[in-house]
Ligand binder design. Structure first.
Ligand code: SGN
Ligand code: CA
Length: 496
């Protein structure tokens, strides 16, 4: 799993931005899901949903700030109990250590790209190098040296990349910092048909992406240009002298070029400049993820583990790569609601299959448990994906998926909302300091720029979707009482 990896940045889905041959192998040799989504598009909550097989309002981890309740039963605990060896490496992003793992080496919180610190059961350790390479080194070290080959294993291999602020591996600077990318068609979206949430969100490339922290223009340059920003260079201060010299050789000429061009830049030229810089560094971090996924797949091949291993590639959520003028996630709109999902399981999945069923991160726990022949607790809320993986779709009946986002007021200012999506339509309700609805006709309006909530022609569809939404909320035991309870709880712990 990676963090904030948009499906648009995996060539099995879309070849516009980057080639990811190693990740793509999983689609060529397995199944590519085109309608996989998350239930709550933010890091730690997504991970809690994956581990527990329960929606955020049930497992309690509704946002990045609230604590994870460690009395939750997680699928790794159940696999461990059933005799699986279990290990976790990379980013977890909970305030507490994972339960149910024989070994873990995890990043504290968000972790760092360069020379990162890891938390282990025997204390903290700082390792020189690049986080994506190191996460793989630690994983392969466990696979080679401590895995008991007589037992089955569960491995959670969790990359920090491509999370903000985007810092590529040094070997990828030259290639990626010189690339130019096509502009998304909605880069200059004016949100004209939508409610307040899209208009007031603070995740605009022009307005909210920082020249220094995000795009590596040195503070000295900003001072010279009379621009002031709230944050300085993100994560670069962790480079040692030799690493810093490599950095400067690349990023100084970019800054010099910016100084010359800035005085002539209007908003749209600046947006495009920022978008290009953003893509260069974001995609640069993905190049290392892809290479390292390749290392792991090669290891499985060499050890003859490929045939009998179910392997999943996914992200904790999707991400905006300039669509609607944005970066970040949180919204139920397509790019952050969807998440990449590729699954390979030789002898079970027919190679090179594309699957458009509505599946969610909620489904992983029950999928893994069933695959391992372990009974899932009946309070888990997902569905095992095995019927889909086996091509037995007559046993798969889901026609809508549920979403609920909570972290507001907070960074990026995305309002609280819940909704449902079918393959054809999406209905969203924004609440708390607004009471606004949006409806999208996904077939006619795949970029979700035309809210048809108030369009008379859609009255019948709207009524059906509203009924389906309340049925779905009931089915998952979500309610207005819980919405209010979580608002109250949030106010309590954000005030402290
Ligand atoms: C950090 C980022 C945000 C991001 C959140 C959540 N800011 O706070 O841009 O939305 O993480 O991301 S930064 O200044 O620290 O880069 S998540 O993936 O962990 O949920
Ligand atoms: Ca994330």
């Amino acid at each position: 799993m990676s963090d904030d990896h948009a499906y648009q940045a995996i060539s099995a889905y879309d070849t516009t931005l980057i080639q990811t041959p190693h990740i793509d192998r999983l689609a060529i040799e397995g199944m590519l899901f085109t309608n996989a989504s998350v239930t709550n598009s933010i890091c730690a909550p997504s991970r809690a949903v994956i581990l527990t097989g329960k929606h955020s309002h049930i497992n309690g981890k509704i946002d990045n700030i609230s604590p994870f309740d460690t009395t939750n039963v997680t699928f790794p605990m159940l696999l461990q109990k059933a005799g699986y060896q279990t290990a976790m490496f990379g980013k977890l992003h909970f305030g507490n250590n994972p339960k149910g793992f024989d070994e873990f080496k995890i990043l504290p919180g968000q972790g760092d790209y360069y020379n990162p610190k890891f938390i282990t059961a025997s204390g903290d350790t700082t390792i020189t190098g690049y986080v994506t390479d190191i996460t793989t080194d630690l994983t392969l070290d466990w696979m080679e040296k401590r895995r008991d080959t007589a037992k089955p294993f569960l491995l959670m291999y969790l990359h920090k990349a491509p999370h903000r602020s985007w810092l590529p591996a040094q070997r990828h600077y030259p290639e990626f910092t010189t690339k130019e990318y096509p502009l998304p068609t909605t880069l200059f979206d004016d949100y004209s048909t939508r409610g307040d949430a899209a208009k007031t969100a603070e995740m605009g490339i022009l307005k909210d992406m920082l020249l220094s922290y995000d795009l590596k223009v040195p503070k000295t340059v900003l001072n010279a240009l009379g621009i002031s920003e709230r944050l300085g260079a993100g994560g670069v201060n962790r480079l040692n002298d030799a690493q810093r010299a490599t950095w400067d050789a690349i990023y100084e000429p970019i800054a010099t070029d910016f100084i010359q061009r800035y005085p002539e830049m209007n908003d749209s030229i600046l947006t495009v400049w920022k978008y290009q810089r953003y893509m260069q560094d974001y995609l640069g971090t993905i190049a290392a993820v892809d290479e390292n996924v390749g290392r792991l797949l090669d290891y499985l091949d060499a050890e003859k583990l490929t045939e009998n291993t179910l392997i999943v590639y996914t992200s904790d959520q999707g991400f905006y790569l300039g669509e609607h003028g944005w970066f970040d996630k949180r919204f139920m709109y397509n790019e952050s609601f969807r998440t990449p999902l590729l699954i390979r399981w030789p002898n079970v999945i027919t190679p090179n299959t594309t699957e458009d069923e509505l599946v969610q991160n909620l489904d992983f726990a029950q999928t893994f448990l069933e695959a391992a022949g372990i009974e899932a607790p009946n309070d888990m809320q997902g569905e095992s994906l095995l019927p889909i993986l086996k091509g037995q779709k007559e046993n798969w009946t889901r026609d809508a998926v549920y979403y609920h986002y909570y972290e507001y007021p907070a960074e990026h200012a995305v309002k609280r909302h819940y909704g449902i999506a079918t393959k054809e339509y999406k209905l969203m309700h924004f609440y708390h300091d607004v009471n606004q609805w949006e409806l999208y006709d996904l077939a006619k309006d795949p970029t979700e720029t035309n809210n048809v909530y108030n369009v008379p022609d859609y009255a019948a569809i709207l009524a059906k979707m509203k009924t389906k939404l309340s049925e779905t909320r009931k089915k998952y035991a979500d309610s207005e009482a819980l919405d209010s309870m979580y608002i109250q709880q949030y106010e309590d712990y954000t005030q402290d």
